[in-house]
Each structure stands twice: as structure tokens, then as C-alpha cells.
Design a protein around this ligand. Structure first.
Ligand code: ASP
Ligand code: MG
Length: 452
């Protein structure tokens, strides 16, 4: 059988009956699309997270369960033949209610993964039935049968060889006969416990699945018509990018362009699978192709903004012509599993930013014990209310003169931690949160709107 496409639909793409019907239309219009990976209906994962965190108040729990019912029953009510789907969803919701009660006594990462997985388990019932009612030979597949991960709940790592073996055995033959609908975001460890890849992880799931079935292409359908030169909510003149390389797109995802989960491109890149990003609401607007080889590689491709940065500056006169200081610093950071993002150094100080690892989205905190240990070594200063601006492009480290343009545009801003030259694909720096949107607007105007 010739290779087929995998299409992933995000939460807003499967938010309700109409949205799901638009997905169905996209699936019907491309006979190559044989495997569908779906997120939970929009808003559902948030509600499940609330329950999983442990809601003591029984009334509040009930309210949340009713909200979950409303979202799913609004779709079921529009089905021509709702019975089987209704029964399936009702039984899953019953399990959610009892798990929510258990979580109100004691929550855990394991229970949380078990609970949040119900979102994708429910949405795939709905989408499968909608496809069937439109005459598509659709079947629902439980992805946990093949998506083997370790047991790191909330941030599971896939076991690639097992996934690929199981996918070839169980999933590929099914795709030869049917359009298969399955769940993003979730997997299972060797004992069969449900795991997840973390919030927004269904893009990553879709890429892992595309890799495992050796797909020809991966379509990511979301609520924006592809990747733009910057966030159009910040800069209305931001322009769509029809084609972009894996390296540029990875930089964008890493630097906070919220289009793709940052890990998504890793499996696609490993297997050279082209990725398309588009809006299921407005497919006629086109989208962005992410490929290994692209026709043009402009010096400036895009601007990304990531807020809630925590910057730590470590100062020590002992650093002067000494060795081993940075090794000591990193030993302490490693001990507390603190992941460093950017780093700049001078003779007597080093500044670094912390990676965003918490699910709350707030600025990462330096754990108090880590700070204490660092303070035995040097003076520690922690600053927040900072945003990271990243300019993404090509051959930037080799091109003369452009830095002047960037910095003269930003001469009125207080720029911190400028990282330039380490990657040919980016230049980045921190600015105060209050200045960040304006800095992006000014740079976009200078570098993207005025260019001939
Ligand atoms: N439903 C999950 C979330 O909201 C996964 C995803 O949509 O990618 O985080
Ligand atoms: Mg999502």
C-alpha cells in the first residue's frame, strides 16, 4: 500500500458538531488521509485538569462534570444515530466522576494522566461517528495499544522502537481498510497505565504516529492559517509564511511561537516527513508547509515572543581568571533538575534564563534550596517581568551589518542578555515585559514591512 497522510485536529478544530463536520469535510476531500489524530474538544482538558487537581467541594465537582456533559452532548444531540456514542461517552463520564472523587482525597500525577486522557477518549468517539454518518468507513482506535511510553506521568517519553513495531502490526493494516480515528496526547507505559506528553502534546503524538507508520505527510489543523512572520494579535500586518524549513520552524516553536508543540518537529525531521499547518475553519486561506528543503531562505523569517522569563545573574570576583566556577554552578543546577535556556557570560558574572517547565505557564521559579547553594558560591540576583524576543532567519551569524539595523531600531529599549552568533538561525534578547509588544512591533516594521 502506498504511504498515506496523518491529519491532526486540535481542540478548537473539534470544539463542536460544526467544527467536527468541517474536519470531516477535509478528511473526505483528501483520499490520502487515512489516519486522524484528535485532541480533546476545546476546553475539556482544562476542566479535567481542575478535577484531577482535587476539587473538595462536591457541588463544584458536579458543576464541572455538567460542563463536560454539555460540551459532548451538544455534539451527540446532532448525530443521526446517537445511541452507541451516547452510551460510550456516558460511561466515560461516569468514570471521570468517580476518578474526580478519588482525586478530591488524593491527587497524583498518575491519576491526573488517567483523568485528562478522558478528553481525547471522548472526542474520538464523536468524530468517528460523524465520519461514519457521512458515509466514511471510519473506525476508532485506542492509541494506548501502540503508544508505549515510560512512566513519567505528565511528561512521558516515547519508546520509539516499540511504538513503530506495534504500529506496523496493529495500526497500518487497519489504515489500509478504513479511516482510523485515534487520540493525541496520550499513551501507556509497559504496565498499561495511561500517560500523557504534557499540555499541547497531541501535535507531538501526531508526529510520533506519522513516524511510526512512515506517513507521507503530516497535516496539523488548528485555528490559525499557518505560521506568520509574528503573532498577528501583536502585529496586524504580520504575513503568512507559505514554506519554512524544519530548523527555522523548530526555532520558532522553541522560542514560544505557540503554533506547534516544540517537540513536534523532532520525529518529522527524523523521517523527513513534510508537515502542513493550516486552519480547519478557513482551509481556503492555505497554510504553511514545513520541509527539509525550501525554495527561499531569507535572512529574516519571523519574530517570536515568549514572556514570563526568569533571569538569574550570578556574580563572583572569584570567577576572574579562575576555572571550575561554571562547572560548580551547573552542578548545582543539575542537582535540582533546573534546565537552563539562554546563557551569557562576562569575566565576573554569568546570566541565565530558566526553561519553562511548569504547566501553569507562569515564570519559572528558582527553588529556594538551589538559590541557597548558589549563594554559597556567589551573589545571586533573580529578576522576572521579562520577555524573550527572538529573531529567526538564515545564515544570520555570517551576515554583516544586520545587527546594526536590529539594535538601532531598538536603541530606546533596555535589552538584556543578547544571544547572537551561537545559532545561524536566531538572535535573541530579553526586554522588560511592558516593552515587549512594542519592541516586536518596531522590529517587525523595520525588518519585515519595510523590506523591498
Ligand atoms: N488536549 C490536550 C491539551 O489541551 C492536548 C492537546 O490538545 O494537544 O493540552
Ligand atoms: Mg490543544
Amino acid at each position: 500500500m502506498s504511504a498515506f497522510n496523518v491529519a491532526k485536529f486540535g481542540g478548537t478544530s473539534v470544539a463542536n458538531f460544526e467544527a467536527m463536520s468541517r474536519c470531516a469535510e477535509l478528511i473526505e476531500n483528501n483520499p490520502n488521509t487515512k489516519l486522524i489524530v484528535s485532541s480533546a474538544c476545546s476546553g475539556v482538558t482544562n476542566l479535567l485538569v481542575e478535577l484531577a487537581n482535587g476539587v473538595q467541594d462536591e457541588k463544584r465537582r458536579q458543576v464541572v462534570i455538567e460542563q463536560l456533559e454539555d460540551i459532548h452532548y451538544a455534539v451527540i444531540d446532532k448525530l443521526a444515530d446517537p445511541l452507541a456514542t451516547e452510551q460510550a461517552v456516558a460511561s466515560l463520564l461516569k468514570s471521570v466522576a468517580s476518578a474526580a472523587e478519588a482525586a478530591s482525597f488524593q491527587s497524583s500525577d498518575k491519576l491526573t494522566d488517567h483523568m485528562v486522557a478522558y478528553g481525547e477518549r471522548m472526542s474520538t468517539h464523536l468524530l468517528t461517528q460523524i465520519l461514519k454518518e457521512r458515509g466514511v468507513s471510519a473506525v476508532r482506535f485506542n492509541i494506548r495499544e501502540i503508544m508505549r511510553t515510560d512512566s513519567a506521568y505528565g511528561k512521558a517519553e516515547p519508546e520509539l522502537d516499540t511504538i513503530s513495531k506495534l504500529a506496523q502490526e496493529k495500526l497500518v493494516p487497519l489504515c489500509q481498510k478504513h479511516v482510523v480515528v485515534t487520540q493525541g496526547f496520550i499513551g501507556a507505559d509497559i504496565e498499561g497505565n495511561t500517560t500523557t506528553f504534557g499540555r499541547g502534546g497531541s501535535d507531538y503524538s501526531a508526529a510520533l504516529i506519522a513516524e511510526a507508520v512512515a506517513a507521507e505527510g503530516l497535516e496539523i489543523w488548528t485555528d490559525v492559517p499557518g505560521i506568520y512572520t509574528t503573532d498577528p494579535r501583536i502585529v496586524p500586518k504580520a504575513a503568512p509564511i507559505p514554506e519554512i524549513s524544519f530548523s527555522e520552524a523548530s526555532e520558532m516553536a522553541n522560542f514560544g511561537a505557540k503554533i506547534l508543540h516544540p517537540s513536534t518537529l523532532v520525529p518529522a525531521l527524523r523521517h523527513g516527513i513534510p508537515v502542513f499547518v493550516g486552519s480547519s475553519k478557513e482551509p481556503e486561506k492555505g497554510g504553511t508547509w514545513i520541509r527539509q528543503e525550501v525554495e527561499s531562505s531569507p535572512l529574516f523569517r519571523a519574530l517570536a515572543l515568549r514572556c514570563n522569563q526568569t533571569m538569574i545573574t550570578l556574580r563572583s570576583p572569584n570567577m576572574f581568571q579562575a576555572y571550575g566556577f561554571l562547572a560548580e554552578v551547573f552542578k548545582i543546577l543539575a542537582k535540582y533538575k533546573i534546565s537552563v535556556d539562554l546563557i551569557t557570560t562576562s569575566e565576573v558574572s554569568v546570566s541565565l534564563t530558566l526553561d519553562q517547565t511548569n504547566t501553569s505557564g507562569g515564570a519559572p521559579e528558582l527553588p529556594a534550596e538551589a538559590q541557597k547553594e548558589l549563594e554559597e558560591l556567589c551573589i545571586v540576583e533573580v529578576e522576572q517581568n521579562l520577555c524573550l524576543v527572538a529573531l529567526i532567519g538564515n545564515n544570520m551569524s555570517e551576515c554583516k551589518g544586520y545587527a546594526k539595523k536590529v539594535f538601532s531600531t531598538l536603541e530606546d529599549y533596555n535589552l538584556r542578555m543578547i544571544c547572537y552568533g551561537a545559532s545561524p538561525h536566531n538572535l535573541c534578547f530579553l526586554v522588560r515585559s511592558n516593552d515587549s509588544r512594542r519592541a516586536v512591533q518596531d522590529l517587525h516594521r523595520e525588518l519585515f514591512e519595510l523590506r523591498e
